[in-house]
Design a protein around this ligand. Structure first.
Ligand code: UDP
Ligand code: MG
Length: 316
Protein backbone atom coordinates (compact mmCIF):
# COMPACT_ATOMS: atom_id res chain seq x y z
CA UNK A 1 0.00 0.00 0.00
CA UNK A 2 1.34 3.42 -0.97
CA UNK A 3 -0.18 5.80 1.58
CA UNK A 4 -1.87 5.77 4.97
CA UNK A 5 -3.56 9.03 5.87
CA UNK A 6 -3.94 9.45 9.63
CA UNK A 7 -6.45 12.05 10.79
CA UNK A 8 -6.94 12.83 14.49
CA UNK A 9 -10.23 14.55 15.14
CA UNK A 10 -12.26 15.90 17.97
CA UNK A 11 -15.74 17.22 17.16
CA UNK A 12 -15.17 17.88 13.48
CA UNK A 13 -18.41 16.39 12.10
CA UNK A 14 -19.09 19.13 9.54
CA UNK A 15 -15.72 18.80 7.82
CA UNK A 16 -15.48 15.03 7.51
CA UNK A 17 -17.55 14.29 4.35
CA UNK A 18 -15.92 17.15 2.42
CA UNK A 19 -12.41 16.25 3.58
CA UNK A 20 -12.91 12.56 2.73
CA UNK A 21 -14.23 13.30 -0.75
CA UNK A 22 -11.25 15.55 -1.39
CA UNK A 23 -8.70 12.95 -0.24
CA UNK A 24 -10.43 10.25 -2.31
CA UNK A 25 -10.30 12.46 -5.37
CA UNK A 26 -6.58 13.20 -4.98
CA UNK A 27 -5.78 9.52 -4.41
CA UNK A 28 -7.79 8.36 -7.43
CA UNK A 29 -6.36 11.02 -9.73
CA UNK A 30 -2.83 9.92 -8.82
CA UNK A 31 -3.52 6.19 -8.78
CA UNK A 32 -2.32 5.68 -5.19
CA UNK A 33 -3.36 2.67 -3.16
CA UNK A 34 -4.33 4.01 0.25
CA UNK A 35 -6.16 3.80 3.54
CA UNK A 36 -7.57 6.61 5.66
CA UNK A 37 -7.48 6.22 9.44
CA UNK A 38 -9.86 8.49 11.28
CA UNK A 39 -8.98 8.55 14.97
CA UNK A 40 -11.97 10.00 16.78
CA UNK A 41 -10.59 11.41 19.99
CA UNK A 42 -13.78 11.06 22.06
CA UNK A 43 -15.96 13.40 20.00
CA UNK A 44 -19.32 14.32 21.50
CA UNK A 45 -20.89 15.38 18.21
CA UNK A 46 -21.87 13.17 15.25
CA UNK A 47 -18.29 12.62 14.04
CA UNK A 48 -18.23 8.87 14.70
CA UNK A 49 -21.55 8.08 13.02
CA UNK A 50 -20.39 10.07 9.99
CA UNK A 51 -17.17 8.03 9.89
CA UNK A 52 -19.26 4.84 10.01
CA UNK A 53 -21.32 6.11 7.08
CA UNK A 54 -18.22 7.01 5.09
CA UNK A 55 -16.73 3.58 5.81
CA UNK A 56 -19.79 1.85 4.33
CA UNK A 57 -19.19 3.65 1.05
CA UNK A 58 -15.41 3.15 0.92
CA UNK A 59 -13.77 0.16 2.60
CA UNK A 60 -10.40 1.91 2.53
CA UNK A 61 -11.69 4.18 5.25
CA UNK A 62 -10.93 2.86 8.72
CA UNK A 63 -11.60 4.34 12.11
CA UNK A 64 -10.91 4.13 15.82
CA UNK A 65 -13.02 5.88 18.41
CA UNK A 66 -11.68 6.72 21.87
CA UNK A 67 -14.01 6.37 24.84
CA UNK A 68 -13.05 9.86 25.95
CA UNK A 69 -10.99 12.82 24.81
CA UNK A 70 -7.33 11.91 25.34
CA UNK A 71 -5.65 14.51 23.10
CA UNK A 72 -4.13 14.85 19.67
CA UNK A 73 -0.89 12.98 20.52
CA UNK A 74 -2.59 9.80 21.76
CA UNK A 75 -4.82 9.88 18.66
CA UNK A 76 -1.76 10.14 16.38
CA UNK A 77 -0.04 7.36 18.30
CA UNK A 78 -2.93 4.96 17.76
CA UNK A 79 -3.08 5.89 14.08
CA UNK A 80 0.68 5.31 13.73
CA UNK A 81 0.39 1.86 15.30
CA UNK A 82 -2.23 0.85 12.74
CA UNK A 83 -0.90 2.50 9.58
CA UNK A 84 0.25 0.06 6.89
CA UNK A 85 1.17 2.35 4.00
CA UNK A 86 4.77 2.87 2.81
CA UNK A 87 4.27 6.57 3.46
CA UNK A 88 2.19 7.83 6.37
CA UNK A 89 0.61 11.26 6.02
CA UNK A 90 -1.00 13.07 8.94
CA UNK A 91 -3.40 15.95 8.54
CA UNK A 92 -5.86 17.84 10.67
CA UNK A 93 -9.55 17.17 10.19
CA UNK A 94 -10.59 20.80 10.07
CA UNK A 95 -9.70 21.31 6.38
CA UNK A 96 -6.98 23.82 7.20
CA UNK A 97 -4.56 21.43 5.48
CA UNK A 98 -5.03 20.71 1.80
CA UNK A 99 -5.05 17.09 0.52
CA UNK A 100 -3.69 18.45 -2.78
CA UNK A 101 -0.26 18.45 -1.10
CA UNK A 102 -0.27 14.65 -0.74
CA UNK A 103 1.36 13.66 -4.07
CA UNK A 104 4.31 16.03 -3.61
CA UNK A 105 4.82 14.97 0.01
CA UNK A 106 4.73 11.33 -1.08
CA UNK A 107 7.43 11.94 -3.67
CA UNK A 108 9.65 13.79 -1.21
CA UNK A 109 9.70 10.62 0.90
CA UNK A 110 9.90 7.96 -1.82
CA UNK A 111 12.09 9.72 -4.40
CA UNK A 112 14.16 12.17 -2.40
CA UNK A 113 14.75 9.69 0.42
CA UNK A 114 13.58 11.86 3.31
CA UNK A 115 12.52 10.26 6.58
CA UNK A 116 10.10 13.01 7.46
CA UNK A 117 8.68 15.99 5.60
CA UNK A 118 6.97 18.66 7.63
CA UNK A 119 4.54 21.19 6.20
CA UNK A 120 5.27 24.88 6.50
CA UNK A 121 2.26 27.15 6.61
CA UNK A 122 4.18 30.14 5.33
CA UNK A 123 1.05 32.23 4.97
CA UNK A 124 -1.16 31.38 7.92
CA UNK A 125 -4.84 32.07 8.30
CA UNK A 126 -4.91 32.18 12.07
CA UNK A 127 -5.42 35.08 14.51
CA UNK A 128 -2.34 37.19 15.45
CA UNK A 129 -2.59 35.97 19.04
CA UNK A 130 -1.54 32.60 17.66
CA UNK A 131 0.87 33.46 14.88
CA UNK A 132 3.22 35.70 16.90
CA UNK A 133 3.80 33.30 19.83
CA UNK A 134 4.13 30.51 17.27
CA UNK A 135 7.07 32.31 15.64
CA UNK A 136 8.85 32.59 19.01
CA UNK A 137 8.03 29.01 19.82
CA UNK A 138 9.46 27.73 16.54
CA UNK A 139 12.64 29.78 16.96
CA UNK A 140 13.21 28.19 20.39
CA UNK A 141 12.37 24.72 19.10
CA UNK A 142 14.89 25.13 16.25
CA UNK A 143 17.65 26.11 18.65
CA UNK A 144 16.96 23.47 21.26
CA UNK A 145 16.40 20.60 18.83
CA UNK A 146 19.17 21.53 16.43
CA UNK A 147 16.81 21.04 13.48
CA UNK A 148 17.57 24.36 11.85
CA UNK A 149 15.70 23.90 8.58
CA UNK A 150 12.16 23.73 10.02
CA UNK A 151 9.98 26.82 10.26
CA UNK A 152 6.86 25.14 11.56
CA UNK A 153 7.31 22.21 13.97
CA UNK A 154 3.66 21.80 14.83
CA UNK A 155 2.15 21.74 11.34
CA UNK A 156 -0.52 19.02 11.29
CA UNK A 157 0.35 18.11 7.72
CA UNK A 158 3.40 15.85 7.69
CA UNK A 159 4.66 12.83 5.80
CA UNK A 160 6.78 9.99 7.18
CA UNK A 161 8.45 6.87 6.00
CA UNK A 162 6.51 4.06 7.70
CA UNK A 163 9.58 2.98 9.64
CA UNK A 164 9.69 6.36 11.38
CA UNK A 165 6.19 6.24 12.84
CA UNK A 166 6.79 2.72 14.10
CA UNK A 167 9.84 3.84 16.04
CA UNK A 168 8.64 7.00 17.74
CA UNK A 169 6.25 7.24 20.61
CA UNK A 170 4.02 10.31 20.54
CA UNK A 171 2.46 10.81 23.97
CA UNK A 172 1.12 13.60 26.18
CA UNK A 173 1.27 16.72 24.02
CA UNK A 174 4.45 15.75 22.19
CA UNK A 175 2.83 15.99 18.74
CA UNK A 176 4.31 19.50 18.68
CA UNK A 177 7.78 18.02 18.55
CA UNK A 178 7.50 14.99 16.29
CA UNK A 179 10.50 16.10 14.17
CA UNK A 180 12.58 16.29 17.38
CA UNK A 181 11.32 12.86 18.48
CA UNK A 182 12.25 11.48 15.06
CA UNK A 183 15.68 13.07 15.19
CA UNK A 184 16.32 11.65 18.65
CA UNK A 185 15.27 8.22 17.37
CA UNK A 186 17.94 8.48 14.67
CA UNK A 187 15.89 9.68 11.69
CA UNK A 188 17.82 12.71 10.63
CA UNK A 189 16.70 13.33 7.05
CA UNK A 190 14.09 15.89 7.89
CA UNK A 191 12.82 18.22 5.18
CA UNK A 192 10.18 20.87 4.83
CA UNK A 193 7.58 21.69 2.21
CA UNK A 194 5.72 24.93 1.96
CA UNK A 195 2.01 24.13 2.08
CA UNK A 196 -1.20 26.06 1.57
CA UNK A 197 -3.07 26.87 4.72
CA UNK A 198 -6.70 27.85 4.88
CA UNK A 199 -8.89 29.42 7.53
CA UNK A 200 -10.89 26.96 9.60
CA UNK A 201 -14.15 26.42 7.73
CA UNK A 202 -16.23 24.72 10.42
CA UNK A 203 -16.03 24.38 14.19
CA UNK A 204 -13.41 26.08 16.34
CA UNK A 205 -9.84 25.51 17.47
CA UNK A 206 -9.31 22.92 20.19
CA UNK A 207 -6.23 24.49 21.71
CA UNK A 208 -6.06 27.63 23.87
CA UNK A 209 -3.15 29.84 24.88
CA UNK A 210 -1.99 27.26 27.44
CA UNK A 211 -0.47 25.54 24.43
CA UNK A 212 2.51 27.87 24.65
CA UNK A 213 3.25 27.27 28.34
CA UNK A 214 2.88 23.52 27.94
CA UNK A 215 4.81 23.65 24.69
CA UNK A 216 7.85 25.19 26.36
CA UNK A 217 7.72 22.79 29.31
CA UNK A 218 7.57 19.82 26.93
CA UNK A 219 10.51 21.19 24.97
CA UNK A 220 12.51 21.26 28.21
CA UNK A 221 11.54 17.66 28.92
CA UNK A 222 12.62 16.48 25.47
CA UNK A 223 15.88 18.37 25.68
CA UNK A 224 16.61 16.78 29.05
CA UNK A 225 15.64 13.30 27.85
CA UNK A 226 17.82 13.64 24.81
CA UNK A 227 20.89 15.05 26.59
CA UNK A 228 20.76 13.22 29.91
CA UNK A 229 18.01 10.60 29.55
CA UNK A 230 20.40 7.67 29.86
CA UNK A 231 23.07 9.42 31.91
CA UNK A 232 21.26 11.61 34.46
CA UNK A 233 24.31 11.65 36.73
CA UNK A 234 26.15 13.77 34.18
CA UNK A 235 23.79 16.63 34.94
CA UNK A 236 22.96 16.05 38.60
CA UNK A 237 26.49 15.05 39.48
CA UNK A 238 27.82 18.28 37.97
CA UNK A 239 25.29 20.43 39.84
CA UNK A 240 25.88 18.46 43.05
CA UNK A 241 29.67 18.81 42.78
CA UNK A 242 29.41 22.56 42.18
CA UNK A 243 27.22 22.94 45.28
CA UNK A 244 29.50 20.83 47.46
CA UNK A 245 32.58 22.80 46.34
CA UNK A 246 30.91 26.14 47.13
CA UNK A 247 29.68 24.73 50.46
CA UNK A 248 33.14 23.46 51.33
CA UNK A 249 34.79 26.80 50.59
CA UNK A 250 32.15 28.59 52.71
CA UNK A 251 32.78 26.14 55.57
CA UNK A 252 36.53 26.83 55.37
CA UNK A 253 35.88 30.58 55.50
CA UNK A 254 33.70 30.13 58.61
CA UNK A 255 36.35 27.97 60.26
CA UNK A 256 39.21 30.37 59.51
CA UNK A 257 37.25 33.41 60.72
CA UNK A 258 36.33 31.58 63.93
CA UNK A 259 39.93 30.57 64.60
CA UNK A 260 41.11 34.12 63.91
CA UNK A 261 38.49 35.52 66.28
CA UNK A 262 39.45 33.03 69.02
CA UNK A 263 43.12 34.05 68.70
CA UNK A 264 42.60 37.79 68.66
CA UNK A 265 41.37 39.93 71.52
CA UNK A 266 39.27 42.67 69.92
CA UNK A 267 37.58 40.62 67.13
CA UNK A 268 34.41 38.65 67.90
CA UNK A 269 33.10 36.27 65.22
CA UNK A 270 29.77 34.51 65.78
CA UNK A 271 29.26 31.59 63.41
CA UNK A 272 25.46 31.88 63.25
CA UNK A 273 25.69 35.58 62.40
CA UNK A 274 27.79 34.93 59.33
CA UNK A 275 26.43 34.78 55.79
CA UNK A 276 29.06 32.11 55.02
CA UNK A 277 27.54 29.76 57.57
CA UNK A 278 24.14 29.84 55.84
CA UNK A 279 25.75 29.56 52.43
CA UNK A 280 27.66 26.46 53.56
CA UNK A 281 24.52 24.91 55.04
CA UNK A 282 22.32 25.53 51.98
CA UNK A 283 24.94 24.41 49.45
CA UNK A 284 25.76 21.20 51.29
CA UNK A 285 22.08 20.23 51.57
CA UNK A 286 21.36 21.09 47.93
CA UNK A 287 24.50 19.32 46.71
CA UNK A 288 23.51 16.15 48.52
CA UNK A 289 20.01 16.35 47.03
CA UNK A 290 21.41 16.70 43.51
CA UNK A 291 23.60 13.65 44.03
CA UNK A 292 20.72 11.58 45.38
CA UNK A 293 18.52 12.63 42.44
CA UNK A 294 21.32 11.58 40.11
CA UNK A 295 21.66 8.16 41.75
CA UNK A 296 17.91 7.55 41.66
CA UNK A 297 17.88 8.68 38.01
CA UNK A 298 20.64 6.20 37.19
CA UNK A 299 18.71 3.38 38.85
CA UNK A 300 15.60 4.25 36.80
CA UNK A 301 17.63 4.45 33.59
CA UNK A 302 19.19 1.08 34.33
CA UNK A 303 15.68 -0.42 34.19
CA UNK A 304 14.54 1.36 31.05
CA UNK A 305 13.92 -1.11 28.21
CA UNK A 306 14.96 1.63 25.76
CA UNK A 307 18.45 2.22 27.16
CA UNK A 308 20.07 0.19 24.40
CA UNK A 309 17.93 1.07 21.41
CA UNK A 310 20.10 2.30 18.57
CA UNK A 311 19.01 2.89 15.01
CA UNK A 312 21.61 1.12 12.88
CA UNK A 313 22.39 2.99 9.65
CA UNK A 314 24.59 0.39 7.92
CA UNK A 315 26.14 -2.96 8.72
CA UNK A 316 28.47 -5.15 6.69
N1 UDP B 1 -7.66 17.31 17.96
C1 UDP B 1 -7.77 16.05 18.54
N2 UDP B 1 -7.87 15.97 19.90
C2 UDP B 1 -7.85 17.08 20.71
C3 UDP B 1 -7.69 18.34 20.10
C4 UDP B 1 -7.60 18.42 18.72
O1 UDP B 1 -7.80 15.04 17.85
O2 UDP B 1 -7.93 16.93 21.93
C5 UDP B 1 -7.58 17.40 16.49
C6 UDP B 1 -8.57 18.39 15.89
O3 UDP B 1 -9.84 17.83 15.70
C7 UDP B 1 -7.89 18.72 14.57
C8 UDP B 1 -6.42 18.69 14.94
O4 UDP B 1 -6.32 17.92 16.14
O5 UDP B 1 -8.15 17.73 13.59
C9 UDP B 1 -5.83 20.07 15.13
O6 UDP B 1 -6.62 20.80 16.04
P1 UDP B 1 -7.02 22.34 15.81
O7 UDP B 1 -7.43 22.56 14.39
O8 UDP B 1 -8.02 22.70 16.86
O9 UDP B 1 -5.64 23.05 16.11
P2 UDP B 1 -5.13 24.40 15.44
O10 UDP B 1 -5.30 24.29 13.95
O11 UDP B 1 -5.96 25.48 16.02
O12 UDP B 1 -3.68 24.45 15.85
MG1 MG C 1 -6.77 23.70 12.84
Amino acid sequence: MDISVVIPLYNEAESLPELTAWIERVMDENGFSYEIWFIDDGSTDKSWSIIEELQKKNARIRGVSFARNYGKSPALNVGFMRAQGDVVITMDADMQDSPDEIPALYRMITEEGNDLVSGWKRKRYDPLSKTIPTKLFNATARRVSGIHNLHDFNCGLKAYRRDVVKHIEVYGDMHRYIPYLAKNAGYTKIAEKEVHHRPRKYGKTKFGLDRFVNGYLDLGVLWFQNRFGIKPMHLFGLLGSAMVVIGFIATLVVLILKIVSLCSEGYNFYVTNSVYFYLALACMVMGLQFFLTGFVGELITRNSPERNNYLIGNEI
